[in-house]
Design a protein around this ligand. Structure first.
Ligand code: SF4
Length: 214
């Protein structure tokens, strides 16, 4: 890929999540055009998300410590400013805030890549709501000033645990840093080091391309 074009590529929220998990996964996707195969685990995850969506429609918002709010599912979000897009599982709109919610099939609990994935969705939601000057149809009702997205939730389907994540200015900056790092990696075509946590390599679909893992 042309170096200047690479510094401008559009990225997805999934890239951010993967990059924190292991930068090489993103390198393989953009620099070697290796398509991640759809695994049974991924298919199962999709079905579980659908089931959770229909359950959510019947439930109250008590798990999110809210009494009132409008839920929207599978929101396609895009920011020209960030060169970023993604599909958010759910957003809750109240009179005062917009709250991104991600569903997870993991039983391991909250990890760093979940937090920054949620932060990226929060930034996209803000840009969709405010950067265009007027809100798109993703939300009904009055909208208040910027910084309207202050927190989000990660909802673990198997354990039914819900974690609240505060979206801080430092986390927003870190997401921007990652976007820059990914673009620089793609532009320089430099393969990053192997994942720091070696147990991640055990189940990785790209393991056969990482001849240096031990
Ligand atoms: S095998 Fe390990 S180092 Fe290679 S892409 Fe997968 S997680 Fe990263």
């Amino acid at each position: 890929m042309d170096k200047h074009a690479a510094l401008d590529i559009d990225l997805t929220v999934n890239d951010i999540k993967q990059y924190i998990y292991c930068p090489r996964v993103v390198y393989f996707t953009y620099c070697m055009a290796l398509v991640r195969p759809t695994t049974t685990k991924m298919q199962f995850g999709k079905q579980s998300h659908k089931r959770e969506e229909s359950l959510q429609k019947r439930r109250t918002l008590v798990k999110y410590q809210l009494i009132h709010g409008e839920r929207r599912f599978n929101l396609r979000l895009k920011s020209e400013r960030l060169g970023l897009s993604g599909m958010l599982d759910m957003a809750i709109f109240t009179r005062r805030e917009a709250i991104p919610v991600e569903f997870k099939m993991s039983t391991k609990g909250l990890s760093l890549n979940h937090k920054y994935q949620l932060t990226a969705y929060a930034m996209l939601l803000e840009d969709e709501l405010f950067a265009r000057g007027k809100p798109r149809v993703i939300c009904k009702g009055p909208l208040k000033p910027r910084r309207y997205v202050r927190r989000g939730f990660v909802h673990f389907i198997p354990t039914r645990r819900v974690y609240e994540v505060e979206i801080t200015p430092n986390m927003r900056e870190y997401v921007k840093r990652i976007l820059t790092d990914i673009r620089e990696m793609v532009a320089s075509e430099t393969m990053p080091e192997v994942a720091r946590q070696k147990n991640r390599c055990q189940d990785c679909e790209f393991a056969r391309f990482c001849s240096d893992i031990v």
